[in-house]
Each structure stands twice: as C-alpha cells, then as structure tokens.
Design a protein around this ligand. Sequence first.
Ligand SMILES: [Zn+2]
Length: 641
Amino acid sequence: MYSPPAGGELTDLDYKDLGLKVGLEIHQRLNSHKLFCECPSIMREDEPDSWIKRKLGISYSELGAVDPAAKFESLRRRMFLYGVYYDNTCEVEADESPPYPLNEDALEIALTIALMLKMKPIDEIHVMRKIVVDGSNTTGFQRTALVAIGGKESCIETNWGFVRMATLCLEEESAYIVESRPEIAKYRLDRLGIPLVELATKPDIWHPDQAKEAALKLGRMLRATGRVQRGLGTIRQDINVSIRDGARQEIKGVQDLDLIPEIVRREVQRQITLIKIKDSLISRGIKEEYLRTPIVDVTNALADSKSHLVRKALARGDKVYGMRVVGFSGILGSEIQLGRRFGTELSDYAKVFGGVKGILHGDELPNYGIDEDHVRRVRSELSCEEGDSFILVMGKRKPVELAFGSIRERLKYALKRVPNETRRALLDGNTSFMRPIPGSARMYPETDVLPVKTVPILRRIKYLPPAPEQIVEKLVERYNLTEDLAWELFDEDKVALFERISKYNVPTRFLASMLISVIRSLKRDEEPIEKLKEDNFIEIAKLLGEGRLAKEAVPEVLRAIAKGEYTSAEYYVKDHQISMEKLDSIIKEILIRKSEIIRERGERSFGMIMGEVMKEVRGKIDGAIVSRRVKRKLEEFLQAS
Ligand SMILES: [Zn+2]
C-alpha cells in the first residue's frame, strides 16, 4: 500500500505514482438572453415579486432505470417554493408554458468557443433533458445540448503537459437556492434559464497545480470571446478527482481558482486515508455482517447527563439513539483530511439523508459534557466490547432511522472501497458529502425543442477572437508593459479601457497600474469602487497628460469619486490645486526652518527639502514641477547665504 511521506507533503513523483487523475468541468454563463425564452439574463438581489409553490412529481417510467441520485432525493419528500420576478422571469421558468426555440445567439457563442479550442461542432443540436431532482429546476430536469466534441488538436498546454478537451455543452442555468431545509427548499427563478457553456476536459491532469493552470487558461479563453458574463458566480469549476484504487469524486462549485490545488491535494489525502482505513479494517477481520447491529434507544442512559447537547435535545422531546460499531474503535476518530475525521464523513451522511444535526461517536467521547461514567453506561446498553466503537444520533425516530441507514451504508463502503460521491467544495479546501454520484440513466430527449442545424450558425462566425496570449503579447509589445501587468489587465477585463486612455501623454505603465493596483488597494479599503466609471479614468488620464493632475494624487481622486465626494476629477483638481505662489511660499518657509542644516550640507540637502515640501503638497501639484522649483530656490538660497 502507498504511504505518503511524513508531514503529508506529496511530491510530483508521488502524484505520478498515485495515479492521480483530474478532469475539469467549467461552467461559464454567457452574455445573452435566456436559453429557452426572451427574458434577460440578469440576477437579482431583492426579494422576489411573488412566490409559487410546487411539489415535484417525478415519474421514472420513461427512464426505465432508477437513478441512485434520483432515488436518494425522493427519500426526502420536500415542498418547493419558487420566487418569481415580473421583469426577468416568465411562464417558461415557472414551467407553465413550453420552452421557446433554442437561443441561437447563445449557440453562436458556444460554437465560437468550440472553434477557438479546435473542437468539432455537432451537425445538429439536440436538446436533452437531464434529470435533476433537488428542485433546482421547476421542470424536474435541466435542458442541455451537446455542441462540440474534442479532437486530436483540441487541447491546451500547461507546464505539466497537454490537457485535451472532451465535450462542450450548452445548458440552462439552474434556479438559485435561497434556503434549504429537510421539508422545504426555496429557490429564485431569476437565474433559471441563463445560458451557460459546460466545457469538460479529459482526465489528463495529474498534478494539483496543473488543475489550476488549466482552469485559468480555459477561463481566459472563454473571456477572450468578450461574450461571457463577468463577476461573482458567473464561472464555476467542478473538479473530478481520483487516484488508483480510489474512486472518482465530483467536487462541485469551486469559484476561487487559487483553491483548486488545495482541494485536489486534500482529496488525494482523503482517498489515501480511506484506502488505509479499509486495509486496517480488513486486517482486523471486520465483516459486513458485523454492521447489522440494532439501533437502540439509549435516552435513559443519558437522562441525567449534564451535557448541554443532550439536555437541549431532551427538552425538544428528542431521544438519543445509539448503534454499536463492531471493531471500529479508533477508526471513527482518525483524520482523513486536515480537520475532518472519518466520523465527519458519517455525520455528513446523517445530515443529508436524515436531516439530523449530526452524530456523536465513541472515539470523541467523553466530551461535549458527556462524562466517562455516561459513556460506560451507553457502551453497556449497546453491548459494546473492547475494540468496538458506537455512534449516537439525537432526534425523532424516523429521521434518526434514515440517518442510521445511511451511516450503515457508508460503513459498509469502508470495508470495500472509496464510494463515488458528489461533494461540495468548502472554503478551506476540504469537501463534504452532497449526494451519491448520479448514474448514467439521466438523459432523455427534449421533445418540446426542435433540433438546430449548426452550419448556418457557423457561417455567421466570420472570424475568431484573438487568443488571450495574442492579446497580452500585443499589450507587452505596443505599450511596453510587463507581462504580469498585461495579464492583469486582461484578467480584470481592462484591456479596452487601457487602450483608450493610453493615447494621452502619460507613461503607460502608470496607467496600467492605476487600473490594477490602485483599484485593488481601494478595494482592500472597502471603498465602493463599482461607482468608478470608465469616463472617470478617461478624464484622469487626460488631466495627467495635460500636467494638471499629479500622479501622486490619483489614488485620492479615485477614492473621492468612489465615495461620492466628487462627481468628476476636474472638480477635485480645482479644489486641490495649489498655485506657484503658494508652492514658493511653502519652499521658502522650509528653507528658513532648516537653514542651519542646509548651509552645512549645501546642495546635498536637496532630497531632504524635497521630502519636506512633498509632505505638504503631495497630490496637489506634479512632483516634477516641485522638483524643478525646489532646485532653483535652493540654489538661490545657497548663493544668497
Ligand atoms: Zn422567461
């Protein structure tokens, strides 16, 4: 069995050895109206205009097979509430009217992306229904269409090798989840139907950092079209990760690229540990039938416990149920990811399937106010022997039974293999269980939407947008920018604005850093930078070019405009400019104040005086003008004395 080096740090060689395979699925919203209606693709922050209530009735007859994910969701009989807005949702989103024909503008964008990646477009687009039973689509399915497939040439190059493209699909975005409880789920329909491309790579990625590089490159390629949505939530990555002897996990909803390597590393760690746990259980001689132990009401054993957890549960009318886990002592408490234990995995299952708050297990007790004496009583109620552990779940009988049922299934897997799961990315790079990975019987044809031939749409695409690398290379050559700065302009979507303001007579590197680092530092200070409009930057560049605004003042001007203190840079300049007379009097005052040192050091005191003057005039007048003036006044002063 493979064992990672001490400290858990894996080397490149280790990843090769482990057979790490990573594939990406990038979901990017397109800048077009919705896919199957004319509603604008705009997300809202305010309360919906009204709510509609639904229960999803899903018929499996047309599927022929019962999908494990579908079966799992049907365990949870839930009510669904959908928030509608009068200006960006209609009967289509509410599933009260059949879909309109496929949005051809969105299809054109998808085909453009396919061609940029040298993928092979499909001749005729057939919309399919993909079953989703979590209520995120009012119809019970998501509409999706395969647009292009990867060929020999469709790959991107990374520092760790080539990554091939697998498929490109055009899909409708799901509804936005507002609230989720076991009995009810609330969604907003503004997001439902926004067109998005799903770009999937083959599992060619074998290194955690390569996954980030590939995601970054593909994201840039999508943005180079200029026809995708920007901002929070408009692009997200799903990461498929497996190692040899492990199992493919579908990790959902990664928004921060920097987190990707950490997620992959921790998933590798998790699978390595789960394999080790399996081996250790086998060597202990644990068998599946040992996991058939009964669920026992142990409320009485804990009735006089001082634990807040227990007392609160009992006050709610809940009971405490326990299950003996034969031979698992020490396993439930073993760490499988930094800060997550095997018990945490079981707890995830209990929460998802039973809707309970979580579990307590023998390896973490005594704790949470449950003392040794009470642990002994529980163990005795459950007939635990040495080497056994146990699990406690608090709640009502029915949800607790569902929770234990899922825990038992998960424990059985521990003896066999790593289960395939859909997991949610957490902010620290860990993941938690969401649901079983869906089976393959999920798709069937959407008969309400006619197929669309791609040839006429491909003819409309007269030229392809330049690749991101070409755009950046041009910026470096034409404007003498560093490559890093040029990439930042590209990534921040500032290339067009930069090119517009670069015609004013201002050093281009300064302009680029105004758009990047100055804005970044204002953002750090939590200034409302969204108030800064392109016109503000154009005006500032013009004032700089005319020598009417000092470079040093630019951060303050932008801050003042963002704060709403000024509506234009021109007004700021008028208020803050100082006259030459005023400058001269400031210099004179400093020359007198520091006269002793100046006489001693002579011309070498220039820097010191300059510093003193700038302290008072920074941002109000160009530094170059100040420098000339100080030089002259210093000469005059030295000659006179
Ligand atoms: Zn609509």
